[in-house]
Design a protein around this ligand. Structure first.
Ligand code: PGA
Length: 233
């Protein structure tokens, strides 16, 4: 296990993470898992404004709410609004989730197969207030694969913050096991509200109750935290 914690001042966070992301995506053929939500939003804006270019990159969307497609709280809509629509050109390939299919298990299997074709070079992740990564809610096993999940109340609240006009009961997500197979992982964490859960994830027991604690098993993880989020480390 070797994880680096990079602590940045809040006003440098987006610039610095966008810069390293740009260095990464300037390498052709990258296969990236990207999250959505409030944490990556300023990073994506800075990345796009600074000439970020995904035309050589395959992008996999980390997770998706079981919400009607088209609404603003859908992860595919947030990825589009916060990142893709701001770029000069689309990614080489974009792999998202079809939550309208009657066979969601097959859809999750398709996602696993698409990832298995070349693996993930880098998974960018956020952490939920409840310790989730993606929609791997408390109770998720370390070897979980992509699957349909029931959402924790904190995650449903998150969807409301993103502008959902209905409360999603379920979602689909890459599994913890799937994410741990990524060659590198970057965990992005900002704000004082995340300080306690970040400390639990990095210093507390490794437990399914704090799914992000399993990230410590990975050999190449970088935690990018602003000073407030890192204040209890
Ligand atoms: P947030 O969500 O970036 O909107 O806080 C993170 C998460 O729930 O994983």
């Amino acid at each position: 296990m070797s994880f680096n914690v990079r602590v940045l001042s809040a006003d440098r966070f987006a610039d610095r993470v966008a810069m390293v992301l740009k260095e990464r995506t300037d390498e052709p053929g990258q296969r990236l898992c990207l999250p959505t939500g409030s944490t990556p939003k300023p990073v994506y804006a800075t990345y796009a404004a600074g000439g970020g270019d995904l035309t050589g990159t395959t992008v996999f969307l980390l997770d998706e709410f079981g919400l009607t497609p088209g609404g603003p709280a859908r992860c595919d809509a947030m990825l589009d609004a916060d990142l893709l629509a701001r770029l000069a050109a689309p990614p080489a390939r974009l792999v998202t989730w079809d939550t309208t299919t009657p066979d969601l298990t097959a859809e999750c299997g398709r996602m696993e197969e698409e990832i298995a074709e070349g693996g993930l070079d880098l998974a960018l992740l956020g952490i939920g207030m409840n310790g989730h990564i993606g929609m791997n809610e408390p109770g998720s096993p370390v070897d979980s694969r992509s699957r349909v999940v029931d959402l924790h109340p904190a995650t449903v609240e998150g969807a409301a913050r993103y502008g959902a006009d209905e409360a999603p009961a379920w979602g689909v997500t890459l599994g913890i096991g799937t994410l741990l197979e990524s060659r590198s992982i970057w965990l992005l964490v900002t704000g004082s509200a995340k300080a306690e859960i970040l400390a639990k994830a990095l210093k507390g027991p490794e437990t399914p109750q704090v799914p992000a604690s399993f990230l410590r098993r990975h050999g190449d993880i970088t935690v990018w935290a602003d000073e407030e989020a890192a204040s209890q480390l």
